[in-house]
Design a protein around this ligand. Structure first.
Ligand code: ZN
Length: 246
């Protein structure tokens, strides 16, 4: 059974048709939440892609709200670019090369033009997540994951190699990572309506300002599994993105 509802929209420049997808909520088996706010449902990111690079003419455009009349649910009687051809600019994430390519796309977009704060926040948040993708699931390098029987030796070994290589790339790009995060933090502090839950303390944690994490979490007052995990990681002085639930 299909996990998605397809919808269709046109590039405003060349009028090519593109297929978009909405995940069907009732088909989701497993949702994973990471500390940076990225959520994966069955390995698909749930945050909609608002910025689109037309696979036909290269025009960049935004779809803020994928609703009619901008989109249609009826398949047009024309050639349609499938979701995979434009989603994340057609990049494959099966290796670190693809992950770096995504980072470079966001960096180029940010350099190319001036954006409204909410659009810049959107791009910088996705750039942050793209950097974190280089070493996301770092816990999988542990032997425990092989011994638990989650993966075969071949898969574990291959995955481990990719994550360790990704960690090196993350360190190599650390200055760019923190520059982006500092700019995102400044924007979010100015525009609190754009903040995702617990995004600020997480940014401070990833910027290694661990005392500030404690201070902010004490202000929020509520104690959840997420806040206590964040405090625990801050106490360890661990700044790496971690899996909250999944
Ligand atoms: Zn186009």
């Amino acid at each position: 059974m299909l996990k998605f509802d397809s919808f269709y929209f046109q590039c405003p420049h060349c009028e090519a048709w593109l297929e978009g997808r909405n995940l069907k909520a009732e088909m989701v088996n497993q949702a994973i939440l990471y500390s940076d706010g990225k959520v994966l449902n069955d390995n698909y990111i749930t945050t909609p892609q608002k910025m689109i690079l037309c696979p036909s003419c290269g025009h960049v455009f935004w779809i803020e709200h994928p609703v009619e009349p901008l989109i249609t649910y009826e398949k047009p009687d024309a050639e349609v670019y499938s979701w995979n051809t434009w989603r994340f600019f057609g990049i494959s994430f099966s290796d670190n090369k693809g992950k770096l390519a995504l980072i470079n796309h966001y960096k180029t977009f940010l350099k190319k033009s001036h954006y409204e704060p909410r659009n810049e926040i959107y791009l910088r948040r996705f750039l942050w997540w793209a950097y974190n993708d280089l070493h996301r699931n770092h816990q999988h390098v542990r032997l425990k994951y092989l011994l638990n029987g989650f993966m075969s030796f071949g898969v574990w070994h291959c995955n481990r190699k990719m994550i360790l290589e990704g960690e090196k790339l993350f360190i190599k790009n650390y200055k760019d990572f923190t520059d982006n995060l500092k700019r995102l933090l400044a924007l979010l502090e100015k525009h609190p309506e754009e903040q995702i839950d617990l995004e600020l303390p997480e940014i401070y944690r990833e910027l290694r300002q661990f005392d500030k994490v404690k201070e902010l979490l004490e202000q929020t007052g509520s104690r959840t599994y997420f806040t206590s995990e964040m405090l625990r990681h801050a106490k360890w002085k661990d700044a790496r993105v971690f899996m909250v639930s999944g």
